[in-house]
Design a binder for this molecule. Structure first.
Ligand SMILES: Cc1cc2nc3c(=O)[nH]c(=O)nc-3n(C[C@H](O)[C@H](O)[C@H](O)COP(=O)(O)OP(=O)(O)OC[C@H]3O[C@@H](n4cnc5c(N)ncnc54)[C@H](O)[C@@H]3O)c2cc1C
Ligand code: SF4
Length: 475
């Protein structure tokens, strides 16, 4: 354990950000990491609980949190780095992006503020890269098995790394020009800068993982070919089917999906060529982001950096409470009011509102948004939405971004061609990560629906273990 009763002496010291005035002029990361003394003090707050809920209930990866907290407190950083990587392939990503369910499950959170687990994780892995402790771990023996991974997001990359380390030949196919899935195209650069991904990809390549980018499986190469050339296929294609808002005016050309908008900005940041017709800027515009989740918040931050005149974010759900509600007691993940760094940079948020139509007459662009306030009522255990009469409102708009979420993996193409079994949400059904075709496994958002990076890494690792077992038993 860290320092006895340190949690009584030291308060949680949250990570601060670069000032708003500075950061809104670039797409670089925001965090100002704690100093070595400060981080040692934060690690000392851990009580090394007999039952560590952070590890057992909170962290989907089962990160050995009290153990690495103690190692950091005692200055054994290299050991902490090894321990962290024993359960998590990409702590540099979770240390930046994870909503940290470990912290909402931390015992200290019952009566005080939880341990600063996510930032301790970030500091361990950053020190690991800085000191050269994170090196390739190629297998000592190779098998003759070949595995094709379709999709290079965190699930595909975690599965690829685990399988390559187990000695199998692994080829990752990615339809985009670059590897990384949503982490590369989607999540803005101010969350993880893209060089963070690049240094990890170098490790994977040195371990033998091969990447084929710009290849859409099902279109550029057939799955029949993959069946012939590989012993096993793992689908980690994400949940790319966006939820549309089919209301009058949806067809106006200034109404676009969040992914179109965010991906375009990622490409511009990376100095990639973008067709002029695809370039959309929020500069001097009134922007409405529809959808109050993470993706919506990322659109707000992007529009702010593009110098939007005014930004609204509309959410259909009611405003969450400020503190943990009774229906999600500790150590559960609570739905509480969260204000992201992008929200702090300036946007007007509205809850319990529904968008009825976009108006623009004969123009090609929508000029106004027509919405109303709604009320949520529970009937026979089901939530129902009722419009509140007399609450109609209109907003003048120049750009509308639909961040209304994703539904499931894209069915058109590979999934349909293979005739894979789907669940009622449209996700690929698996039994221990094996689909209805025994040669095909699946992981990440493809089986979970839209979720989190930490779940994608977890299921990529689990799928790799199931594939490894299946391949070895098959021989
Ligand atoms: C804007 C945005 C912000 C987010 N922010 C956060 C956050 O802050 N924290 C968090 O934890 N999670 C966040 N998420 C969610 C997180 O990114 C996803 O849950 C995670 O990336 C899913 O990983 P995955 O590997 O399953 O799929 P993905 O990352 O979606 O990767 C799937 C890959 O498969 C490729 N592909 C699909 N079909 C084919 C095919 N036929 N052939 C070849 N390649 C194919 C796609 O091009 C893609 O690169 C965010 C998501 C978005 C969209
Ligand atoms: S629950 Fe919190 S205090 Fe307890 S071991 Fe985990 S991080 Fe430490």
């Amino acid at each position: 354990m860290g320092e006895l009763n340190a949690f009584l002496k030291h308060k949680r010291q949250p990570v601060s950000y670069r000032t708003i005035e500075e950061r809104i002029h670039d797409f670089r990361e925001l965090d100002l990491p704690l100093t070595p003394d400060e981080i040692t003090q934060q690690a000392s707050r851990c009580m090394d609980c007999g039952i560590p809920f952070c590890h057992g209930v909170g962290c989907p990866l089962g990160n050995l949190i009290p153990d690495f907290n103690e190692l950091v407190f005692k200055g054994h950083w290299e050991q902490a780095c090894r321990l962290l990587h024993s359960t998590n392939n990409f702590p540099e990503i979770t240390g930046r992006l994870c909503p940290a369910p470990c912290e909402t499950a931390c015992t200290l959170g019952i009566s005080d503020e939880p341990v600063l687990i996510k930032h301790i994780e970030y500091q361990i892995v950053e020190k690991g890269f800085e000191q050269g402790w994170i090196t390739p771990e190629p297998p000592s023996e190779k098998t003759s098995n070949r595995v094709a991974i379709i999709g290079s997001g965190p699930a595909g990359l975690a599965a690829a790394q685990q399988l390559a380390r187990a000695g199998h030949e692994v080829v990752v196919f990615e339809k985009d020009k670059k590897v990384g899935g949503r982490l590369c195209f989607g999540v803005p650069d101010f969350k993880p800068e893209k060089h963070v991904l690049d240094r990890r990809l170098q490790q994977l390549e040195a371990e033998g993982v091969q990447f084929q980018t710009g290849v859409q499986v099902g279109e550029d190469i057939s799955s029949r070919y993959l069946h012939k050339m590989f012993d096993c296929i793992c689908l980690t294609m994400g949940a790319g089917q966006p939820r549309d808002l089919n209301i009058p005016g949806r067809g106006y050309e200034n109404v676009l999906f969040a992914m179109e908008y965010l991906t375009m900005q990622n490409k511009l940041n990376a100095s990639e060529s973008v067709d002029e017709r695809e370039i959309v800027t929020a500069e001097d515009k009134v922007v409405v982001v529809i959808g109050g989740g993470d993706t919506g918040s990322d659109c707000v931050g992007t529009a702010r950096r593009q110098k939007a005149k005014k930004i609204y974010q509309l959410e259909i759900l009611p405003k969450p409470p400020e503190s943990r509600p009774v229906d999600t007691p500790w150590p559960m993940w609570p739905r509480v009011m969260r204000t992201s760094s992008s929200h702090e940079e300036g946007c007007e948020r509205r809850w319990s509102v529904s968008t009825k139509e976009f108006l623009g007459g004969a123009a090609v662009k929508a000029e106004r948004l027509h919405g109303c306030e709604i009320e949520w009522t529970k009937k026979n255990n089901n939530w129902e939405i009722k419009e509140i009469p007399g609450t109609d409102f209109f907003l003048n708009v120049d750009l509308i971004i639909l961040a209304t979420g994703f539904m499931h993996v894209v069915h058109e193409g590979l999934i349909k061609d293979q005739g894979l079994k789907l669940d009622s949400y449209g996700n690929v059904t698996v039994n221990n990560y094996q689909t209805s075709d025994p040669q095909i496994f699946a992981a990440g958002d493809t089986i979970n629906g839209p979720s989190l990076v930490v779940h994608a890494i977890h299921s990529g690792r689990q799928a790799a273990a199931a594939i490894d077992k299946w391949l070895r038993e098959k021989q």
